[in-house]
Design a protein around this ligand. Structure first.
Ligand code: SAM
Length: 346
């Protein structure tokens, strides 16, 4: 649209690639998605994000916040809108460099509002199409005084590790408008895990029928711009960058951020699934019956044998399987990621 073109012009080559990639994903129809092998993995990722978001909201409320404001940095099509609704927040700012995704996110939000219950108070929202590794978000806020309780950056931060400048700008956008005690939460691939698997492979790539990660070289890994390609089911094939976590943690100190949690997905799963409420949510979200995904699609019911592999793989590697519904291939992909929580010191 007219509004988003100035922002689009400012994005770099890599930015253009990422944005056009995600914009293009819009065109993938429901029929195609419902056959996807990665529906269970997406449900698992959604469960994990729900638990993370739910727990952080609990902490924010526990600290006395009533009107909760959230920044969803790299919101995509709005896959987390329902989580924010469930969490009863007051205001949400959604930002993403893929203008079409932001538009779709806004449409979903309007729809959600229209279909809400009579007495339900849905949060207010602002939608921003911008390259958050380049532009200063605070200049684009409707309310220039707005401060956030939470910044949520789900499966996004690694795109910014192309250069120090970009990684820093993204971090700045995530943290500078956080209230004291506020949280910066997210999910990103674990560079140690990626490099470990690369080093164990006899080529420059590794993966399975679900995902593939390819590097251009191995042996040395620059702190920024260490590019690899990640493709999921041959769909997502977009350059990403290793995030060397100790550096990330160090950079975050500039914004007065203290790391409070860093866990691989498998560890997070292990820790959380023990809690009854999380387990029952997991059962619901991973149920073998078609369960509507947040993006309106339906989970596919694949051959049951495929999902049995998960049990076997996870018991061998000492990880309990997510109720036996993630295939081994999906689990191998999901277990690349980690969860992080930073808190702003007062
Ligand atoms: N957070 C959403 C979720 O969890 O479903 C979407 C995740 S998707 C894997 C990654 C998103 O990051 C894409 O929508 C992409 O456009 C966005 N993104 C990547 N680099 C960005 C940047 N520099 N500024 C804003 N958004 C960016």
């Amino acid at each position: 649209g007219e509004e988003s073109s100035p922002t689009k012009k400012q994005v770099s080559d890599h930015g253009v690639k990422v944005a056009s990639h995600y914009n293009r994903l819009q065109e993938v129809g429901l029929a195609v998605r419902s056959q996807s092998r990665i529906f269970f993995m997406r449900n698992f990722n959604n469960w994990l994000k729900s638990v993370l978001i739910g727990e952080i909201l609990e902490q924010v409320r526990g600290a006395g916040s009533r009107q909760i404001s959230v920044l969803d940095l790299g919101c995509g099509k709005g896959g987390d809108l329902l989580k924010w609704r469930r969490g009863g927040i007051s205001h949400l700012v959604c930002a993403d460099m893929a203008a079409v995704s932001v538009e779709q996110c806004q449409i979903r939000y309007e729809e959600m509002k229209r279909k809400s219950f009579v007495n339900e108070k849905i949060f207010t929202a602002q939608f921003i199409a911008a390259d958050c590794a380049k532009d200063e978000l605070s200049e684009k806020l409707d309310d220039p005084e707005l401060m956030f309780d939470i910044c949520s950056c789900q499966f996004v931060y690694h795109y910014s590790f192309e250069t120090e400048q970009k990684a820093n700008m993204m971090l700045r956008n995530a943290c500078e408008r956080l209230k004291p005690g506020g949280f910066f939460i997210g999910t990103t691939p674990d560079a140690y895990e990626l490099v470990k698997r690369l080093e164990a492979s006899d080529s420059l790539s590794f993966g399975n029928k679900v995902f593939k990660v390819s590097f251009q070289s191995k042996g040395s890994y620059p702190l920024f711009g260490c590019q690899y390609h990640f493709s999921l089911e041959d769909v997502v094939n977009v350059p990403e960058f290793l995030v060397y976590f100790p550096l990330f943690e160090h950079m975050a100190k500039r914004y007065n951020m203290r790391l409070v949690l860093k866990q691989r997905f498998s560890e997070f799963f292990e820790a959380k699934v023990k809690k009854d409420n999380h387990r029952s949510l997991m059962m619901k979200m991973m149920a073998l019956e078609p369960f509507p995904c947040e993006d309106g699609g339906q989970q596919a019911t694949e051959s049951p044998e495929d999902y049995c592999h998960a049990q076997e793989y996870c018991s061998k590697s000492g990880v309990k399987t997510p109720v036996g519904t993630l295939s081994r291939s999906e689990w191998e992909a999901a277990s690349i990621y980690l969860v992080f929580v930073f808190q702003k010191m007062s």
